[in-house]
Design a protein. Structure first.
Length: 201
């Protein structure tokens, strides 16, 4: 093989080597960037909240107290920690206070699927204390409705109660909604209706 041919082979090898290493580098970059590349997805409207009737319970984030939310829709069974789903309502978060909870918020929430016309009931049950003697704690209950047409969320009821009797269940609201989620303001009371199943042992 003459010198010209040797020189040409070396050039070809050099080009192949550069191409090989460039391709390897490119593939490595793509692999490294894969976790950060998101394929196009359908447009999500995060402003539309899930559920139609939303019942939320809040209490002091610094207290290791377990308060249970119980709800009942018309023609449905009570929904709470021991029965987390009914025909219309689902309990989406059962908060035990600080016990096995990695979040800093004491919060429970139930959502309904659709709006069933009739009487709704919302109860609170002070299940577990954190101190002996127990220091009363304030619980806040908020009821909101999502308009079936506009999908806008509107708060319709709000109440704060001081809970001081461990094991006691109280009714915060009985209220009436029509099929569109309109509140009958002449039909609101807190007459006690027990919803909780079982008893604290």
């Amino acid at each position: 093989m003459d010198n010209d041919n040797v020189h040409e082979v070396d050039l070809n090898r050099s080009k192949l080597s550069r191409t090989f290493w460039f391709t390897c580098g490119f593939i490595s970059m793509v692999i490294l960037l894969m976790p950060f590349i998101q394929p196009p997805t359908e447009t999500e409207n995060t402003s539309i909240p899930p559920g139609n009737v939303i019942v939320e319970l809040f209490w002091d984030n610094d207290r290791d107290v377990d308060i249970d939310l119980w709800v009942k829709a018309p023609d449905d069974i009570p929904v709470g920690y021991s029965n987390q789903g009914g025909l219309f309502f689902n309990l989406l978060r059962d908060d035990l206070g600080k016990y096995k909870d990695s979040t800093p918020v004491n919060y429970e929430v139930s959502y309904s699927r659709g709006i069933n016309e009739g009487i709704y009931i919302t109860n609170l049950h002070l299940y577990r204390e954190d101190l002996t003697p127990f220091i009363p704690i304030t619980a806040k209950l908020v009821v909101s409705v999502v308009d079936p047409n506009t999908k806008e969320r509107k708060q319709i009821l709000k109440s704060q109660k001081i809970l001081d009797n461990v094991g006691e269940e109280i009714t915060i609201f009985q209220f009436k909604l029509d099929k569109k989620g309109n509140l009958d303001k002449d039909n609101i009371n807190n007459n006690f209706v027990p919803l909780r199943s079982g008893s604290k042992g």
